[in-house]
Design a protein around this ligand. Structure first.
Ligand code: NAD
Ligand code: FES
Length: 279
């Protein structure tokens, strides 16, 4: 059992949890993820490590309420216990000195890009963080990310803060204005990562994305997380989750992620009836 030590509201539907998990905390690196299960009957969901503190023996994750499990998770309180937390899983991000690195985060993906911003900065890079959110209220961790960024830019879909539009358009604007990048790393919804890949490809900027296919075991055995990269089948949980964005078949990933959309809708509907929630 894994105790929730701290819970913080990052945005109306995004919560950050610090969880007691000393063994994972000792080994967790930026780019890796954990699989959690809330209770014995719960599904397993992958969540990217936002932080890992060997000193405190805790790990940090962030969850956006998207379906039954994330809604149930976000209703948990400090002192509650998760049944299982397995990890760290996946390959760590390749942190090195590249020069000028753009870290692009979209929505809850901003929480996932945070440890990479910090690690790239600590590795001696010039870090430009570019954050995209639907609205000002949904923009998370701006101050924490600013602390490790040489420059920070914000885009909101509704124009309530910063650039008015999707985050890849802000990235394009910065490139067209003359900003040079040796590496772009993007984490967020799949259409966003696809758009970032299409933006940087003509400029031949090396671009890395963190893929989030449906996962079951997270250890390379079930094949559920298979993605196509450079015409080859890869398992995101063991070969990734980070891949060369210019080689990823994003359309296939989006199609596979929609596979259980009806079952997910029904599960959420049932859960809402049980918990008395309106949506
Ligand atoms: P969101 O819908 O709020 O979008 C966040 C930002 O992404 C937007 O502000 C915009 O700048 C950009 N964006 C969204 N749609 C776009 C499009 N069609 N084209 C270009 N840019 C676009 O994001 P959210 O609701 O926080 O994200 C939810 C999704 O992110 C879930 O599907 C979740 O699985 C995924 N996710 C991915 C990772 C990962 O490791 N890649 C991690 C966490 C969550
Ligand atoms: Fe089963 Fe990756 S989740 S192989």
């Amino acid at each position: 059992m894994y105790r929730i030590v701290k819970k913080v509201d990052l945005a109306p539907t995004i919560k950050r949890f610090e969880i007691e998990a000393p063994l994972i905390a000792r080994k967790g690196k930026p780019g890796q993820f954990v699989m959690i299960r809330i209770d014995e009957k719960g599904e397993r969901i992958p969540l990217t490590l936002v932080d890992a503190s060997p000193e405190k023996g805790t790990i940090t994750i962030a969850a956006l309420e998207a379906g039954k499990t994330t809604k149930k998770l976000n209703s948990m309180k400090e002192g509650d216990y998760l049944a299982d937390v397995a990890g760290p899983l996946g390959r760590p991000a390749e942190i090195a000195k590249y020069g000028r690195v753009a870290c692009v985060g979209g929505g809850v993906g901003i929480a996932c890009i945070y440890p990479e911003v910090r690690a790239f900065k600590q590795a001696g890079n010039y870090v430009v963080s570019i954050l995209g959110a639907r609205t000002k209220e949904m923009l998370i961790l701006k101050n924490e990310i600013a602390e490790f960024s040489d420059e920070i830019y914000v885009a909101t879909d509704d124009g309530s803060e910063g650039f008015h539009g999707f985050v890849h358009l802000l990235l394009k604007k910065l490139i067209d204005e003359g900003k040079r990048f040796d590496l772009v790393v993007a984490v967020g919804p799949v259409p966003m990562m696809k758009a970032v890949a299409e933006t940087t490809k003509p400029y031949k900027i090396k671009t890395i994305v963190s893929l989030n296919p449906i996962m079951i075991d997270g250890t390379g055995m079930c094949g559920c997380c298979r993605v196509e990269v450079g015409g080859e089948t890869k398992f995101a949980c063991v070969d990734g989750p980070e891949f060369d964005a210019h080689l990823v078949d994003f359309d296939l990933l989006m199609a596979r992620n929609r596979r259980f959309i009806e079952e997910e809708r029904l599960a959420l509907e049932e859960y809402n009836k049980v918990c008395g929630c309106k949506r």
